[in-house]
Design a binder for this molecule. Structure first.
Ligand code: MCN
Length: 795
């Protein structure tokens, strides 16, 4: 039976937008409950210190204070924080509330519950704590020396140390015509969702059930983590996630959420915790912050002979329990080869703990780490060889007919065509004209540059909680009125799934998406699943919805065939009806409304349904990745991602050499995420992703001082890009369907962020070529740019 294509490839306006744009979005903080208490968290002012004593007596006297809990006292109610992801790393013993020792400025030390937030904050001010301050470990160098140990039992500060080598890299370098080596660094930055984290925990002492309403990307993950941390049965916890104001990976953890549960269980009352912006900056998920040494050999034709990478990352006080951070380094470790054919590969990944804040997911999750150093190297090598960076990339790209392609480190790339993407991007950006214009402008003292970066976005990952989880379930049901509901665990975090998932079902059912509702955000209602991270939606969730809808359609056709006395194989579903293919006769057609109504409310005739067919109009399908593989192959390699979108991004910048100001004139990208469901949403995702990349490249930087205090804690000192800094972004699409998903779709929500810092940096070096500028660090602030112009350090 032919499926209609009505739902796919159509730029439908987002169904969810009217409620967001008119102020009717309902967020956790909008919820008030009878008898609800409010939490304030006393956080450590020191990066590293022993807790000597805590005196809460004065705070307890304050009218309105209901309870005060220290870390030591909390051990009656909680175990250590459960691990979000645990692969090839040490797991520290960290608790929701610190006891004995604090390890970062902002770590929770004492919790106050009071009748309102003001009283709770006043009580926090009355708590007296004596600390024995310890030397702080702030930089990678401090950690390696080591200046002090964060977890004494480890004997060092290394949380992750992973190596892999395939082939003899030294021999490859010995036989190379050219060898290049650079150390490339990236600053620390964070996701900054508009809505910070909020949680209401409501323990019912009668039913012994905990209802947790919170701003999370992944309700089921949070439920599992809370159950494991509090060591209570998971079925006694219900997690509800209302509308959420962005996630970007920073809403996957359960730490303060666990604290809210402890307080509610202690008090038998609902409690609310609303994170303020300072708390979000201090203890939200931080990312990047690495130094990466890349060595690449080329033969006489500039073909890569081998690659060696040593990645050293500052993962703060923890990268496994507060958030799923540390394994991002492993993702980088296997994806440095990127868009290129690398015959010999040697990689070492080292993640060291320091007294900076927790390390977690942030749009890109290690694929950005893999991209930036290598895409910078491509330009640096081309500059040094005096050849075009386009030519160098074209010679080394994986070719279209080589897919599915196994990257030397293990991942299996599904499909793509980098050469074509490069041609499209160059043509659409009018590259040759831009380079001519660059020469003309330089004569006028205007420094414009063009930078290229190839994009690879592994999407659809399959790991959580130390286990392989390569599946996603979806339920699709028909209502008595003949409309449809889709249920999955995939949270709407602003990426448009209330529209695109109905489009996927509409494509199978041939109905309008207005007749299909997407339900999510309640663990008591939806099937178990991991939610949106690693852009797994268009890989896992879309595939599960597609298959579940097909099952339901098959059932509906069988029932309709029975009613109409027509073989189901001769029926079609069009415009809200099932009819004999091509027939206009009312006797040979039944509307979905009539069908749904009769089956649900008027079941009489269905006693005569064919054997084996029930009247339950609800189908669930669990889709499993056909390519993700947890068992290592003979070289110890695994394949954790299912699909691999590709692209070529071109940034055009202008640099004011008097002020050092970098202005991005435009971004042009060619992009391939396989079959596109909604081109308008995909374009919006690319734009949002590029805005994130612009932030990291130009302005966002979590600045820690020598004693480990974060100094820029608000949006006046921590700058995020606004409409002023985000230029016109043009996206052009190629569609190489993935052979690993039923519709050929690939996830793409992080793809804008991954390549843009390298495109911008390459453009800046191109603009400032006459000054021999070599970029040393991000972000590209005016002060730094002016310094580099003065130094002119390009070798
Ligand atoms: N899509 C499509 N066709 C494709 C691929 C995707 O139409 N071939 C659509 C999808 O159906 C979905 C959107 O594009 O509506 C993004 O899909 P996908 O790439 O599958 O990503 P997820 O749904 O898994 O969302 C997660 C992803 C990630 S990992 C981060 S981080 C992120 C992001 O999406 N955070 C976001 N986009 C965000 N957008 C907003 N507004 N806010 C965030 O916090």
């Amino acid at each position: 039976m032919e499926e209609t294509k009505a739902g796919l490839g159509v730029s439908m306006k987002r169904k969810e937008d009217p409620r967001f744009l008119t102020g009717y979005g309902r967020y956790t903080d909008d919820i008030e409950m009878n008898g609800m208490l409010h939490l304030a968290i006393l956080r450590s002012p020191h990066a590293h210190a022993r807790i000597v004593s805590i005196d809460t007596s004065k705070a307890k006297q304050l009218p309105g204070v209901a309870a005060i809990l220290t870390g030591e006292e909390s051990l009656k109610y909680t175990g250590k924080l459960a691990t979000t992801i645990d692969i090839f790393n040490k797991v520290p013993e960290v608790y929701p509330i610190a006891h004995k020792k604090v390890r970062f400025v902002g770590e929770p030390v004492v919790i106050v519950a009071a009748t309102d937030r003001y009283i709770a904050e006043d009580a926090v001010d009355l708590i007296e704590i004596e600390y024995d301050v310890l030397p702080s470990v702030v930089t990678i160098e401090d950690a390696v020396k080591p200046t002090a140990l964060l977890y004494e039992e480890w004997g060092d500060n290394v949380q992750q140390d992973w190596k892999s080598n395939i082939g003899d890299v030294e021999a490859a370098f010995a036989n190379s015509a050219h060898i290049f080596e650079e150390t490339i660094t990236h600053s620390r930055y964070t996701g900054t969702p508009i809505e910070s984290r909020v949680c209401i925990a409501d323990y019912n002492p009668g039913s012994k059930k905990m209802t947790v309403t919170c701003s999370t990307q992944a309700p089921h993950q949070i439920r599992t983590l809370i159950a494991q941390t509090l060591q209570i049965p998971e079925h006694t916890i219900r997690v509800i996630a209302p509308d959420i104001g962005g996630g970007y990976g920073s809403k996957l953890q359960a730490d303060a959420e666990v604290i809210a549960c402890i307080m509610s269980r202690m008090l038998g009352r609902p409690v609310k915790w609303t994170e303020d912006r300072v708390e979000n900056m201090l203890s939200g998920m931080q990312s990047r912050d690495y130094s990466c040494t890349v060595k690449i050999g080329l033969d006489k034709d500039y073909i890569i002979t081998g690659m060696q990478v040593k990645l050293l990352a500052n993962i703060g006080m923890d990268g496994t329990c507060h958030g799923p951070g540390t394994p991002a380094l492993l993702v980088a470790g296997v994806y440095f080869p990127g868009a290129y054919k690398i015959p010999v590969y040697d990689v070492e990944v080292l993640g060291v703990v320091t007294n900076k804040g927790p390390y977690g997911a942030h749009r890109g999750y290690g694929k950005d780490i893999a991209s930036y150093p290598v895409e910078r190297m491509m330009d640096i090598m081309a500059q040094k060889l005096g050849i075009s960076p386009i030519e160098l990339r074209m010679r080394n790209f994986i070719k279209k007919d080589e897919y599915p392609y196994q990257n030397i480190a293990g991942p299996i790339y599904d499909s793509g065509d980098y050469e074509q993407l490069m041609k499209i991007a160059l043509e659409k950006a009018d590259y040759d004209r831009l380079k001519e214009k660059q020469i003309e402008l330089r004569k006028q003292g205007i420094y414009m540059g063009v930078g290229i970066s190839a994009m690879l976005e592994p999407s659809g990952a399959a790991v959580f909680n130390g286990i392989f989880n390569g599946f996603q379930a979806a339920t699709v049901r028909m209502t008595p009125e003949g409309d449809f509901q889709i249920l999955t665990s995939h949270q709407n975090i602003g990426q448009g799934v209330e529209t695109t998932l109905p489009q996927v079902a509409a494509n199978v059912l041939g109905v309008d998406i207005q007749n299909i509702t997407y339900l999510y955000g309640d663990t008591d209602v939806t099937p178990y699943g991991l939610g949106p991270f690693s852009s797994r939606g268009a890989t896992f969730t879309v595939s599960a919805v597609h298959e579940a809808t097909k099952l339901l359609k098959e059932k509906l056709l069988k029932i309709a065939g029975h009613l109409l006395k027509v073989d189901p194989g001769e029926l079609e579903m069009v415009n809200g009806s099932i009819r004999k293919t091509g027939s206009l006769s009312p006797e040979e057609s039944i509307s979905l409304k009539d069908l749904g109504n009769r089956i649900h409310l008027w079941p009489g005739p269905y006693g005569t349904l064919p054997e084996g067919l029930d009247v339950n109009l609800e189908c669930t399908y669990t889709w499993t990745s056909p390519s993700a593989r947890w068992e290592p192959d003979e070289y110890g390699r695994v394949n954790l991602y299912t699909t691999h979108p590709t692209g070529v991004f071109i940034a055009v910048v202008e640099v004011d050499i008097k002020t050092g100001q970098v202005r991005i004139e435009k971004f042009v990208c060619s992009h391939d995420c396989g079959t596109i469901i909604n081109p308008m949403i995909v374009d919006g995702q690319i734009e949002g992703g590029i805005a994130h990349g612009i932030g990291g490249a130009l302005m966002e930087n979590l600045e820690y001082n020598e004693s480990g205090s974060l100094v820029n804690l608000d949006f006046q000192s921590y700058l995020c890009p606004t409409a002023m800094e985000v230029p016109v972004i043009e996206s052009h699409h190629l569609q190489s369907p993935s052979p690993f998903t039923p519709l050929g779709t690939k996830g793409m929500g992080e793809g804008g962020t991954i390549p843009s810092p390298a495109a911008i940096t390459n453009a800046l070096e191109d603009a400032l070529a006459p000054f021999n500028v070599r970029v040393k660090d991000l972000p590209l602030t005016p002060e730094r740019v002016l310094g580099w112009i003065k130094q002119g350090e390009r070798a």
